[in-house]
Design a protein around this ligand. Structure first.
Ligand code: B12
Ligand code: SF4
Length: 530
């Protein structure tokens, strides 16, 4: 681990760019690009002049105008979602055409798994892909290229056409840096549902579990780190938005620190409305923490349920049982926290299966979202899924499209999927609910906050099976490399990691929580650490 470097060298002009929202999720939310803000701050602290454009809230014209007028030396794109890959490649090429002497970098979660591929698609116009956490790597990379462009290839985490540096480095201390929230042009654009406007914050980083469909753990080498309570409370105090999205993979995994943060917030008299994501077994283990957080403003909680039958759960390798999941829903209801749950639809589903899901969802009060089982690079299922991948178009890897053969004809699969989504949307966004939220919307409009209302209007035009079918027919300009030949059974997890695993010592967990995780995870033994 390394501290973030501070080089008093020559200042460069760096433009940090976040791509557009993904159609199917952009309806209900638009959240600040927290990772890019952290990386931007690290570059700023290393003495560089930094600006940030978020294409979720601005358009391509804004970006190209900035390139032409400000003429940055370095353009750094964030690529967290595979579905944004073609857009980022084209923007990177476009930027190089306008500023041939600029240095083009791509970083972020998804970029870290397909670094070589990105350089190939770039045809020489992408100078470097920087893998892993960017707070340490970016200042080192900027320092290296100030003196010699070729030196980029030796920086930790860097992959260039000339070579590849050592493994990316972890940030030594998450307290060291705060996101450059001031660089966003219009903070009123960011919202999630009725938390409008909404800021984002990170309390912890990483996940110690190892679910087969998820890449959160492979990115961070199954590590788990925390920010200090003092740092979190200071950051929260500076946030102006009334809504706050806690981006942790599994919020309040440890009860003690969760309670400590909550009590410190209460003592400071900070009042916000919160949204967080966690696991059912964690909620059941730490009920008192969630009860306390309800008192200080916890409004929404996303619980990963994934399946409503045991067979489905074991398919996604979640060692939790249905009774525990349903018990967690009961507890959340009793705490009066609104719950969002996600169900993973399998391409193998027939009409009957969709119907059962619709019926089940209508019986429960929770908000249900439905995504499609999608293996992608960085997940174990990318290596082990026995079914054939039917498309390599990056845009289809947004967990809203089927990338494996469907049992139903494809158009019927999407009809059923969209019908289910619409039934679920109408359940929550129907006229009865709208009547209830009318007062709320009116209050927001008075304050000029229209994001939530726009999302209600837009949802009908976005969810349309014909549009999803049409997405499959679009020619793919860029395609991802296919998965390697399938292995049956276990894979060497080491081959999946972006940050190499450092074992138990990399997890800031008390022994009882470490044991609880080990009892509920399904993966193989952790590889021996270096
Ligand atoms: C919070 C979260 C969300 C939030 C908000 C995200 C946002 N702000 O837009 C919500 C719930 C809305 C969300 C939605 C979705 N998400 Co999400 N999400 C996450 C989660 C849990 C944490 C992301 C985060 O904010 N981390 C904290 C910040 C600080 O880290 P970071 O952004 O990764 O940035 C660091 C590095 O990546 C890097 N970095 C980032 N940018 C750059 C740029 C440069 C130049 C450099 C050098 C480095 C760099 O440095 C940063 C600091 O260390 C991740 C899992 C994970 N742990 O990564 C999944 C994850 C990213 N999401 C995922 C998915 C699939 C989705 C959805 C597509 C799901 C859906 N269909 O509903 C949507 C798409 C949203 C969209 N963009 O339109 C997948 C991504 C799969 C993929 N590889 O494409 C992930 C990995 C989870 C998983 N299941 O595997 N998500
Ligand atoms: S618990 Fe599983 S699904 Fe959730 S972030 Fe961790 S590995 Fe991913």
């Amino acid at each position: 681990m390394l501290p973030i470097t501070h080089s008093p060298g020559v200042a460069m002009k760096l433009l940090a760019v976040h791509p557009s929202p993904l159609t199917y999720s952009g309806v209900f939310l638009r959240l600040e690009p927290l990772g890019l803000e952290l990386v931007a701050e690290a570059a700023r602290r290393a003495g560089h002049e930094v600006r940030l454009i978020d294409l979720q809230a601005q358009n391509h014209r804004n970006l190209f105008r900035e390139l032409e007028t400000w003429r940055p030396d370095v353009i750094a794109f964030s690529l967290n979602y595979f579905a944004n890959t073609p857009e980022v490649i084209d923007l990177a090429k476009g930027a190089k055409d306008i500023l041939p002497d600029s240095f083009i970098i791509i970083g972020g979660h998804s970029a870290s798994y397909i670094a070589r591929e990105l350089l190939e698609h770039g045809g020489g116009k992408i100078d470097c892909v920087l893998k892993g956490e960017g707070e340490v790597g970016l200042p080192l990379l900027l320092e290296a290229i100030e003196h010699d462009l070729k030196a980029a290839a030796s920086v930790s985490g860097a992959v260039t056409l000339d070579g590849e540096g050592p493994s990316p480095l972890f940030v030594a201390d998450l307290d060291e840096i705060s996101p450059a929230r001031d660089l966003l042009k219009n903070r009123k654009k960011y919202f999630i549902g009725i938390l409008d406007p909404c800021a984002s914050i990170e309390f912890t980083r990483g996940c110690p579990w190892d679910c087969s469909f998820c890449s959160a753990w492979t990115f961070y080498g199954r590590s788990y780190r925390t920010k200090s309570t003092a740092k979190i409370v200071d950051e929260l105090e500076r946030i102006k938005e009334p809504g706050v999205f806690i981006v942790d993979d599994v919020a309040f995994l440890q009860g003690g620190p969760g309670m400590e943060i909550g009590e410190a917030i209460a003592r400071r008299g900070i009042r916000k409305n919160y949204y967080l994501e966690t696991r059912c077994d964690v909620l059941l283990r730490n009920i008192e923490v969630f009860r306390f957080w309800k008192k200080i403003g916890l409004e929404f909680m996303f619980l990963g349920i994934e399946a409503i039958d045991e067979e489905g759960l074991s398919q996604f390798r979640k060692r939790t049982n249905l009774d525990r999941n349903f018990e967690a829903l009961e507890i959340a209801r009793s705490l009066d926290i609104s719950v969002v749950i996600n169900i993973i639809a399998d391409p193998d589903w027939d009409r009957d299966r969709f119907r059962v899901i619709r019926e089940w969802c209508m019986e429960i009060p929770e908000i249900v979202s439905i995504t499609v089982n999608t293996p992608y690079p960085g997940t174990e299922s990318w290596l082990t899924e026995p079914r054939k991948i039917t498309t390599l178009d990056y845009r289809m890897f947004d967990i809203q499209h089927a990338v494996m053969p469907t049992r139903l004809p494809l158009n019927e699969f999407y009809e059923e999927l969209v019908k289910t989504q619409m039934v679920l949307n109408m359940k929550h966004l129907g006229w009865e609910t709208l009547k209830g939220t009318a007062k709320f919307i009116g209050r927001h409009l008075l304050h000029g906050q229209t994001n939530f209302l726009k999302s209600l209007i837009k949802s009908r035009s976005v969810f349309n099976p014909k549009l999803q079918i049409a997405d499959h027919a679009r020619p793919a300009k860029y395609e991802m490399s296919p998965p390697p030949p399938r292995t049956d059974g276990k894979v060497d997890a080491r081959s999946l990691y972006v940050h190499q695993p450092l074992g138990r010592k990399s997890r800031a967990l008390d022994d009882s929580t470490e044991q609880f995780v080990n009892e509920t995870r399904m993966g193989q033994e952790e590889p021996q650490q270096n």
